[in-house]
Ligand binder design. Sequence first.
Ligand code: BGC
Length: 750
Amino acid sequence: MILFKSRSSKVFFIAAIAFCFAFQSSIAFSKSVSRKASIAAMVEELLAKMTLDEKIGQMTLFTSHWANTGPTMDPKNLEQIRTGKCGAVFNAISAEYIRQLQNTAISETRLKIPLIFGHDVIHGHRTIFPIPLAESCSWDLNAIEQAARVAAIEASAQGINWTFAPMVDIARDPRWGRVSEGAGEDTYLGCLIAKARVKGFQGEDLTKPDTILACAKHFAAYGAAQAGRDYHTVDVSERTLFETYLPPFKACVDAGARTFMTSFNEIAGVPSTANRDLLTNILRGLWNFQGFIVTDYTSINELIPHGIAADEREAGKLSALAGVDMDMQGAVFMNHLAELVNSGEVSVKYIDNAVRRILTAKAELGLFDDPFRYCDVKREKEKLMCPRHLNSALEMAKKSLVLLKNEKNALPLKKSVKKIAVIGPLADSTADLLGNWHAVGLASEVVSIVDAIRKAVPVGVDIHYAKGCDVNGNNREGFRKAVETARKCDAVILILGENETMSGEAASRADIDLPGIQNELAEAVSKAKKPTIAVLINGRPLVLTRLQKSVDAILEAWFPGTMGGKAIADCVFGSYNPAGKLTMTFPAHLGQIPIHYNMKNTGRPMSDNKYTSKYLDAPNEPLYPFGYGLSYTKFSYSNISLDSAEMKMGGSINISADIANTGNYDGEEVVQLYVRDISGSVTRPVKELKGFKKVLIEKGKSKKVSFELKSEDLAFYGIDMSFAPEPGKFQVFVGGNSRDTLSADFALLP
Ligand code: BGC
């Protein structure tokens, strides 16, 4: 067949292909429109048959739980499934058990409406990935999306079709334990990661049996808890709310997230679970969110201690009127909503809308076509912990590593090292590597760091282990053995940090230095004067000012998941060159908190003058800034250049810089672009991330990295709260972290 004989036949061929594509995508589009329409019709038909009690049942979510012998449901809740009083279940695990519960709903209820099954699938399901904060340090959106995809594949094989993730709370106070569940302190990066995670969980097509509903949580501003104390009060300005805390949620709506979860906190006096402005006006009105909203765990009931409801009845009324669709575990809707409707205090329209949204989600998952489609014992056996998933978890764990210090090139360990001391309370732990919210991950399937190191070393290299001390507590009995072990070895790897319960929910810490006497252990061991490397296992930024004085290198490994041990070993021995960059600032001093890179300049920026914004007893600068992370090689930045010093409104400029790899290893670098708006109708941060590129540069080579910056990227909420760029002077920065940058100026023309 001669395809490209003449120009006209070529044009014809291209046109034919274009037509086929257009035809196919129009078929796909009309299929999806007709599926939408048929779901809507089915939902209306079903709704018309439902009693008020059955409707309220759909708005009720109860937990199952795990007993020693496997998952169980409270007999009381089981009865509620049977009688149609509960439409959704969470924390039920295994294809077989979920099939049983689903069967109860399908065969014993009048309308045979399938249950939806939720779970906190936060960073993997059985194959556990690094905690979300760690993953964010990879700055690798594709890998983050894939991690969520793997989690969805495993969870859905076990009967789960709804994850309570992603958690997209911007967090700037590392005392708050839940920073571990998010993507750090930056809104721009947070939005991109939020989208990647939603896409990963939900895939392209929700009707596929390996895709699950995502749930953007916790709506909203939960991360701004005062003093980093979990569940504490939030009071942020409208501008900060819109500029910093809400965008990742909007990004989730844009990415098609089907569900949202309210947060426990209040904002300026109104708890989120009763916040009509937030749930109905912003989320549904302004952003056109079509999915359903679930509360956080008993957060309707908590409106009473919050002090805005006298009793559960009133709490239920406030939540229903605010726009909540589903009550998680509180049983308030179950116990009070019917009466509120019958008394006319809550219009049945609210109930119908909520049920419509919930049934639509169930239909979108294909549960009305086949309620058991997620309960596939064969798939469960094949997918959980399969080699492909373990490999993705290993790659993600490596990408999440951040090298914070590497004096005298202590890392990677030299070939001449023949005896290695592995010391520290977390060296032999398996459970702690999984971190908080590890779904159904099993410690028994994790290889400890010391074992992973034993496996990784070549023949002829000996490993000597000493625990030294506990994670917490002050028992120094193990110090002697630890020091002796260090003395007889050529290098020391200290495995220090937090245990898995020290971050996550209800795990705020007032002091975020290394817990217990671990700093003392590091100091004692360092007296052996051997190259000493600290590997940190933890869920939040720590204050490492003391530790960094006693060790040569610090590798931040976070809670790295099932394959963490191997990832660390690969990095320590140099078969992997770390490239992670911090997505949260590491303070130099506890008293600096909250500290983040994009702070405001103030009217008295720090100088030698006493009357400027600073501390008497601590620096303003953090120990390790946002965006920071070393490599085994060195990168040098030069030649920042702009293709124009003027940007037109609606236009763009191109910014580039040369990055040279001047060290001895090939390496990846996350090149970051920041902007400062010099003067606006309201004050602007000293730097704002606007772009990044992760590039591989071979040793001895250099690369020009360019960014396109559009005028719309400069938009912010101005004095009148309209979102737009304002003409004027700007500075642009390119660098390998938020502190060490090259800069240039440009102007945005009116
Ligand atoms: C947490 C949520 C979680 C829910 C269900 C709550 O305590 O705040 O993040 O999804 O429990 O486990």
